[in-house]
Write a protein that binds this ligand. Structure first.
Ligand code: SAM
Ligand code: SF4
Length: 349
């Protein structure tokens, strides 16, 4: 496993309409979550009677491994397991073990809210996981509870991070979504706590997810503003990209203790280098985080399609891809201020 990954453009690897290769696959293994972060799964919509998938509707581990093998044949090298909350999926470590042996996949990572990480860190590491990202927006317990939709568990998340480090999953990344007027005043506390450790904090601009999460442009704290605030406290300098299309811009502290990342999908959209595909837990293939519709891969798979037929379906979908929602966001919103037409289905992760 390595973080310096370069895309190898093989003769059979498809390019989309904008010349982008297929390199990363984010697999949602579980649509349910044990949190209700208002920016992602607001309680009002994901309420007690919300119809999540039944277990037979989710892709089985065998189906996920089969599709991953096919995606690897089309150029995918990096896989990230996400959700919902991926650690709610029973025996996730078994899937990790299976995926690490898929030829071509040289980077397997997991994004989790960390609540169950303490229970599973050792097994995940033993089965070959080497990279984990934990979502943690603030260290303020009350604010944490609010930002998780009332669930609390900050101590469990912190214990999960410690357990993951102890299990050998270092360095760990932390994803912190920053919302103006909500948690931006606590952002630097995360750096204060983690910058001397094997934990790399990355600040994420609050993204619009259709009209589900009451997003307003003024709630976004542009990375440039956060960079300035961090600079004032701890001088730092930018570090060059590890690889083309890397989502975070990275900065290293001048005093030599650690680094910080900024993910600026709102203020500096990076669609032009996006080589990412998404697979939902029910087996739909999406070519954009904000896609409206996915292509069902479960139905043809369960109807008995061969590998080569499935490969053609996936290749066909990638080659017609022209989406670049983040770059078009401003003009779409201007032409449709109520953004009824741009209610996007957000495939987390
Ligand atoms: C959808 S979650 C799924 C995995 C897991 N439940 C977790 O929270 O890490 C993946 C990532 O998406 C981020 N995310 C969700 N909604 C977002 C939004 N509106 N803006 C920016 N990031 C968001 C979360 O903070 C998290 O880091
Ligand atoms: S961000 Fe992660 S933890 Fe929060 S509601 Fe979404 S899926 Fe759950």
């Amino acid at each position: 496993m390595t973080s310096t990954i370069h895309h190898i453009q093989g003769p059979k690897n498809p390019l989309d309409k904008l010349g982008r290769p297929l390199h990363d696959l984010r697999i949602s293994v579980m649509d349910r979550c044990n949190f209700r972060c208002p920016y992602c799964m607001p309680k009002e919509q994901f309420h007690d009677n919300y119809q999540f998938l039944k277990s037979r509707e989710r892709l089985s581990f065998d189906e996920i491994v089969r599709l991953t093998r096919l995606f690897a044949g089309l150029g995918v090298r990096k896989v990230r397991l996400t959700g919902g909350e991926p650690l709610l999926r029973t025996n996730l470590a078994d899937l990790v073990g299976d995926l690490t042996s898929v030829p071509g996949i040289d980077d397997l990572a997991l994004t989790t809210n960390g609540v169950l990480l303490g229970q599973h860190a050792v097994d995940l590491h033993a089965n070959g996981l080497r990279r984990v990202t934990v979502s943690l927006d603030t260290l303020d317990p009350e604010l944490f509870t609010r930002m998780s939709g009332g669930f609390g568990a900050l101590d469990q998340v912190l214990a999960g991070i410690d357990a993951a480090l102890a299990a050998g999953l270092a360095p760990i990344k932390i994803n912190a979504v920053i919302e103006r007027g909500v948690n931006d005043h606590t952002a630097l506390d995360l750096l204060d706590r983690f910058r001397r450790s094997d934990v790399i904090v990355r600040f994420i601009e609050f993204m619009d997810v259709g009209n589900r999460n009451a997003w307003r442009p003024e709630m976004v704290v542009p990375s440039a503003e956060l960079v300035k605030r961090v600079q004032e406290r701890w001088p730092m300098h930018p570090v060059s990209e590890n690889y083309r299309g890397e989502v975070a811009s990275r900065w290293r502290f001048d005093d030599g203790v650690g680094e910080v990342g900024f993910i600026s999908s709102v203020s500096q959209p990076f669609c032009g280098a996006c080589s990412r595909a998404r697979l939902s837990s029910e087996g739909k293939f999406y070519t954009c985080l904000f896609a409206t519709e996915g292509l069902d891969l479960r139905a043809p798979m369960r109807a008995g399609c061969s590998d080569s037929e499935l490969l053609e379906i996936i290749r066909g979908a990638w080659t017609v891809r022209a989406d670049r929602y983040s770059e078009q966001r401003d003009s779409l919103r201007r032409s449709d201020p109520g953004h009824k037409k741009i209610e996007m289905y957000y495939i987390g992760g």
